[in-house]
Design a protein around this ligand. Structure first.
Ligand code: ZN
Length: 280
C-alpha cells in the first residue's frame, strides 16, 4: 500500500489560531487575528491524501480544495467560508484531481473517499470523485447537516451531490480498541486501513491509521493541527468540544508513545508538511 500526501493549497492563519495564546477574551481576539498585522499571519497547508491499496485500488483521505478555489474561493467555500480562509495560494494544478492524473490515477477510479470531517477545507472537492463512496462518521454527518452549518464550518453545497455516503457507527459491535485508540473500525477487513474515532475538533472527527510497508501512518486530520499539539498539548483556538478534543488528543499521544516509528501527519502544520516525502 502506498501513501501520497497531496498539498492542494495553502491559506493564511493568525499565528495563534493553530496553537492558542491563552484563554481570556484578549487572547481570543488575537487568536482570531483581530488587530494582528497581516505580515504576522502564517501559512497553513490544506492537504489531501491518495492511498493506493493492492486490492481496493485508489482511495482518498479528504478531498482538499476544489479546483475552483484557485480562481473564485466564494463560489466553492461560500461567502462566510471565503472570509474565514484568507489569502489562499493555489493553482488549478494543485487540486487533487490534477495531482491524481499526474500520478496516473483517474479521479473517477477512486473507490472510496475517507473523510476525517466535513469542514469546508476538507470537503471542498467532493464533486470531483463522482464514483466514490464517501465514508464519514454518523455524528459528523448529522452535524454537517444540522443547524447553522456555516457557523460550524460546513458548506452544504459542497456535498449536496449525488454521491453515496457510508456512515461509520462507532457504537456498533464491529468497533474495537486498537493501539491506544478506544474506538476503531477495520474498514477493509485486512487491517490495512483503520478508522479511529477522534471527536472534539468537530462533532464526529475521524483519523485514519494506515499499515504501510514497514511502517504505520496516522492521518490525524484536525484532531491535531500541529506537531506542537501532539508533543506539547498546545490547544487550538477553536474546538467544537474541548473535553472530547483532549480525550482524543490523549489517545493520539498514547499511540505516538507506543508506536515510535509511526508517521503522524497533523492537519495544518506547514513546517511538518515540509518534512514529508513525496510518497511512502
Ligand atoms: Zn476542521
Amino acid at each position: 500500500m502506498r501513501l501520497h500526501p497531496l498539498l492542494t493549497g495553502t491559506m493564511a492563519a493568525p499565528p495563534t489560531y493553530l496553537e492558542r495564546s491563552g484563554t481570556g477574551w484578549r487572547a481570543k481576539l488575537r487568536d482570531y487575528g483581530i488587530r494582528v498585522p497581516a505580515e504576522q499571519w502564517i501559512r497553513a497547508p490544506v492537504p489531501a491524501f491518495l492511498v493506493e491499496h493492492p486490492s481496493a485500488g485508489a482511495l482518498m483521505i479528504d478531498t482538499g480544495f476544489h479546483p475552483a478555489v484557485a480562481v473564485d474561493p466564494p463560489a466553492n467555500l461560500g461567502r462566510i467560508g471565503a472570509l474565514a480562509f484568507k489569502n489562499i495560494e493555489m493553482s488549478a494544478a494543485d487540486a487533487a484531481p490534477a495531482q491524481l492524473r499526474a500520478r496516473g490515477v483517474e479521479p473517477g477510479a477512486v473507490s472510496h473517499v475517507l473523510m476525517t470531517h466535513m469542514h469546508i477545507d476538507h470537503a471542498s472537492a467532493v464533486s470531483e470523485f463522482p464514483n466514490a463512496k464517501f465514508v464519514v462518521s454518523a455524528p459528523e454527518w448529522a452535524a454537517a447537516n444540522g443547524s447553522r452549518p456555516q457557523i460550524n464550518g460546513y458548506y452544504r453545497r459542497q456535498f449536496d451531490h449525488a454521491v453515496e455516503f457510508r456512515l461509520l457507527d462507532f457504537g456498533s459491535d464491529a468497533v474495537g480498541s486498537f493501539a491506544g485508540f478506544g474506538r476503531s473500525l477495520d474498514l477493509l477487513g485486512d487491517g490495512s486501513v483503520r478508522a479511529v474515532f477522534t471527536p472534539g475538533h468537530s462533532a464526529g472527527h475521524v483519523s485514519y491509521l494506515l499499515r504501510l510497508r514497514g511502517r504505520e501512518a496516522l492521518i490525524a486530520g484536525d484532531a491535531i493541527y500541529t506537531i506542537g499539539t501532539l508533543r506539547e498539548s498546545a490547544l487550538p483556538a477553536r474546538m467544537h468540544d474541548e473535553h472530547n478534543f483532549k480525550r482524543s488528543l490523549r489517545e493520539i499521544q498514547l499511540y505516538d508513545r507506543e508506536t515510535p516509528g509511526a508517521l503522524i501527519v497533523p492537519g495544518h502544520d506547514m513546517e511538518h508538511w515540509g518534512t514529508l516525502e513525496a510518497a511512502y
